[in-house]
Design a protein around this ligand. Structure first.
Ligand code: NAP
Length: 267
């Protein structure tokens, strides 16, 4: 029996257990996915203990993604993003840390036939999700404009991301009409039915990914659909970050349809 899990605090409402267990069921794998809530001061012991116990892989969520980076051997992309959300214990050396949010966003876009290579992309947000998406898009060959409420954070991030520029939110009015891809990586739209992007900037040559997945249909995605844009909801990004983790851990193609169904039935 292989044991996988999630480290976070709190993790009570996480969708990762049903997402991964749907994959084990579909492929007939003898595996379980469990959640752990260590105290913040115990995070290093928790990761080393998981390694010692033979746990096969862990996802990491708030508030431990930055701490995990210092405890495992991170891949280059995770180091640049500054956060680890997936740990693989299968090697003989120290556990390897990955950030699958970046690839999750890229796979979500590609699944909807969106070309990222050479695209002019706008990322709204410069927090954890914004960092991951900005690096992911840049590595895939997009030029990236990062717009954030706290503009200096956007400029700092843009200084680290290749071919990126940093902006305040007011500049979205001029950036979005020129863009091919737009990603909302803020939490705007979650608690209230508001959009971080002016509706009249949206257009029908645009693909819009909203990282927010609760609700699935945000005001931004409704207005993007009205403008004729391609829309990709946040459950696709959530799905593909899990798919990517599953594939890192098992070296098998993930049963994407079964995982998607399990996820969407709970949203
Ligand atoms: P975070 O690190 O706390 O960053 C929050 C971001 O939202 C910052 O850029 C912040 O701007 C901005 N923001 C917050 N309230 C705002 C407001 N009222 N107006 C304008 N901007 C505002 O959070 P995170 O981890 O990046 O997560 C951001 C969102 O992405 C959340 O909704 C999360 O659920 C979602 N997410 C989804 C996935 C997925 O797989 N679908 C993965 C990761 C995250 P300031 O810098 O100015 O504060």
């Amino acid at each position: 029996m292989d044991v996988y899990g999630l480290l976070g605090n709190p993790v009570g409402h996480s969708l990762s257990p049903p997402l991964h267990e749907a994959a084990y069921d579909e492929l007939g794998l003898e595996a379980r996915y469990v959640t752990f809530e260590p105290e913040p001061e115990d995070i290093a012991d928790a990761i080393h203990g998981a390694d010692a116990l033979g746990i096969a892989g862990l996802n990491v969520t708030i508030p431990f993604k930055q701490d995990a980076l210092k405890i495992v051997a991170p891949e280059d992309l995770a180091t640049r993003i500054g956060a680890v959300n997936t740990i693989d214990f299968s090697g003989s050396g120290p556990p390897t840390g990955y950030n699958t949010d970046a690839v999750g966003a890229l796979r979500a876009l590609r699944d909807h036939d969106v070309t990222v290579e050479g695209a002019r992309a706008v990322v709204v947000g410069a927090g954890g999700a914004g960092r991951a998406v900005a690096f992911g898009l840049a590595d895939a060959g997009a030029t990236v404009a990062i717009a954030n409420r706290t503009e200096p954070k956007a400029r700092e991030l843009a200084a680290d991301v290749p071919h990126a520029t940093g902006h305040g939110l007011t500049e979205l009015e001029t950036l979005v009409p020129e863009a091919d891809v737009l990603v909302n990586a803020t939490s705007v739209g979650m608690e209230e039915d508001v959009s971080p992007v002016p509706a009249d900037a949206l257009h029908d040559d645009l693909a819009v990914l909203d990282a927010v997945y609760q609700p699935l249909e945000t005001k931004l995605l409704r207005e993007a659909a009205t403008a004729g844009a391609t829309t990709v909801d946040g459950a696709w990004m959530l799905l593909y970050q899990g798919v990517e983790a599953f594939e890192i851990w098992t070296d098998r193609d993930a049963p994407v349809a079964a995982m998607n169904e399990a996820l969407r039935s709970r949203l």
